[in-house]
Design a protein around this ligand. Structure first.
Ligand SMILES: Nc1nc2c(ncn2[C@@H]2O[C@H](COP(=O)(O)OP(=O)(O)OP(=O)(O)O)[C@@H](O)[C@H]2O)c(=O)[nH]1
Ligand SMILES: [Mg+2]
Length: 468
């Protein structure tokens, strides 16, 4: 319900202002001016145009319905977006190249159908083609003085406009489009990534109780557990790697228990954590509760083949009879796909809650990893920099909190590599931040561990020989 309410609010006209270009000579009338684009429309356009931010340059009702005024305010301002508002439609053109003496490039024509964008490539063209002349195929021309748009039949069909070739409009706005990620932001992200890498490389588990922290990745089938391991390995290797098999299968891809120790690509040393990838949870055939308990306590060996009908027993050939503190799980990350939190079945919710209770008994406080935020509808690449401030993500966190009872501060957001071959520093920062948080959670576990479970006493008790 809150999500629906949120989207309903977004659909109404936005009253906030867009940043204004310092280069425009617009008067105070333009300053503080609200665009007619709703927040939702702006987000959709930002995503559709590959992550752009918009600065309002011209608004016909303020600057005048005059070609000359539009041209003087918008010419040579870099890529621009023209948006036209009729009584029934919001449509427009994205013009990537806006200077006369440069090569014309293709433009993008679009119209909103509800909250979705219908669009097509047209052109090539520059600003003056759309206000003074026509492009070769006469797709669209804006007649500002008469408040009319002339369109070809093909345009009307492609944009599903169900109108005559000439459409009256009430308002026309033009925005300058800039990349959401400017060089300053990218530099900041790169610095943050280096700091996180260095903090994790030099991390030492609390009280020196173990050499490596074991983090168990647990969660429903297909939520990105193995992908998270691949993403973490990739960032430390310096290139995208796909060691763990990932994909999509109704019964799950990972069927073995894998404990991955990662070598730092910089110095070849093992990093101070081990990621433990498990079979997915499912209502029917997934990982069973008994196996989870054995994993937590450190009895399950690497490469153990799960069998949902038959949990591991001490009779299994590689069963670890006397696990050390090193073999135990020190932190659990429940992995969920941010896009399907609302669809978690009651059985799955009950399973997760039960597993969580068992963990609490063992002293492990689990965290949550929300994957796939990159593919959430209203999230742009620029949003990933400050993802915890994004309203759609906050709503997802609240949903997890409400459904499963995890503290909001324990619900972390990550973004794994899917089809990319190059590292993305923004994703790396998200994933490394989550990893650092997990190491801190593991420290809490170790600090809280009763003395008799730490092995310290045994270490310091004098041996029989010493006693003599
Ligand atoms: N867009 C996006 N896709 C993701 C992300 N993480 C995982 N995926 C995709 O989700 C699918 C499942 O990923 P896996 O890593 O195999 O998930 P898993 O939890 O290990 O799955 P099982 O082993 O079957 O339980 C794959 O197609 C991944 O490419 C993410 O952060 N963003
Ligand atoms: Mg897997």
């Amino acid at each position: 319900m809150p999500l629906l309410f949120f989207y309903a609010c977004l659909a109404v006209q936005r009253a906030t202002t867009l940043s204004l270009s310092p280069r425009t000579d617009s008067t105070n009338r333009l300053r503080n001016m609200a665009t007619r684009l709703t927040w939702l429309q702006e987000k959709k356009l930002q995503n559709c145009l590959g992550g752009k931010q918009f600065s309002l340059l011209y608004r016909a009702s303020v600057c005048g319905f005059s070609d000359k005024n539009l041209f003087s305010k918008c010419y040579c301002q870099g890529p621009i977006l023209i948006v036209i508002y009729s009584s029934d439609h919001v449509l427009g053109i994205y013009i990537p190249q806006n200077e006369k003496n440069k090569t014309r490039v293709s433009c993008f024509l679009f119209a909103f159908e509800g909250t979705e964008i219908l669009g097509c490539k047209i052109g090539p063209g520059i600003l003056e083609d759309f206000i003074y002349y026509y492009t070769t195929k006469r797709e669209l021309k804006i007649d500002l003085p008469n408040k009319k748009v002339n369109m070809s039949l093909d345009t009307i069909e492609k944009l599903k406009l169900s109108q005559h070739q000439t459409m009256s409009f009430e308002e026309c706005e033009v925005f300058r489009c800039e990349d959401l990620l400017d060089t300053r932001k990218i530099k900041g992200v790169a610095e943050l990534k280096e700091n996180l890498l260095s903090a994790i490389r030099t991390y030492k588990p609390s009280r020196d109780l173990v050499h490596q922290i074991r983090i168990l990745l647990l969660g429903p089938i297909g939520t990105g557990k193995s992908s998270f391991f691949n993403a973490v390995k990739s960032v430390f290797q310096g290139h995208v790697t796909h060691q763990a098999l990932v994909g999509s299968d109704i019964t799950g891809i990972s069927k073995q228990y894998r404990t991955y120790s990662i070598k730092d690509g910089k110095n070849g040393k093992s990093l101070p954590f081990i990621l433990c990838d498990s079979m997915g949870l499912s209502e029917e055939e997934g990982l069973c509760m008994e196996d989870i308990l054995y994993i937590l306590k450190g009895h399950v060996p690497d490469r153990y083949q799960f069998n949902f009908m038959k949990p591991i027993t001490p009779a299994h050939s590689n069963y670890i009879d006397f696990p050390l503190l090193e073999d135990r799980i020190h932190c659990v990350a429940f992995v969920f796909d941010a896009n399907s939190i609302e669809q978690l079945s009651d059985e799955m919710v009950a399973k997760v809650k039960r597993a969580r209770r068992e963990m609490t008994k063992c002293g492990v406080a689990p965290v949550v990893l929300l994957t796939c935020v990159d593919s959430m509808d209203l999230i742009t690449k620029g949003d990933l920099i400050d993802i915890y401030k994004c309203m759609p993500v906050k709503l997802k966190q609240e949903e997890v909190h409400k459904k499963l009872g995890f503290a909001l501060s324990d619900i972390l957001v990550v973004s794994n590599y899917t089809s990319e071959w190059d590292l993305d520093p923004i994703k790396d920062v998200l994933n490394l931040s989550a990893l650092r948080q997990m190491l801190w959670a593991a420290d809490d576990f170790l600090e809280d561990l009763p003395l008799e479970e730490t092995g310290i006493r045994e270490k310091h008790l004098p041996s029989v020989q010493e006693k003599k």
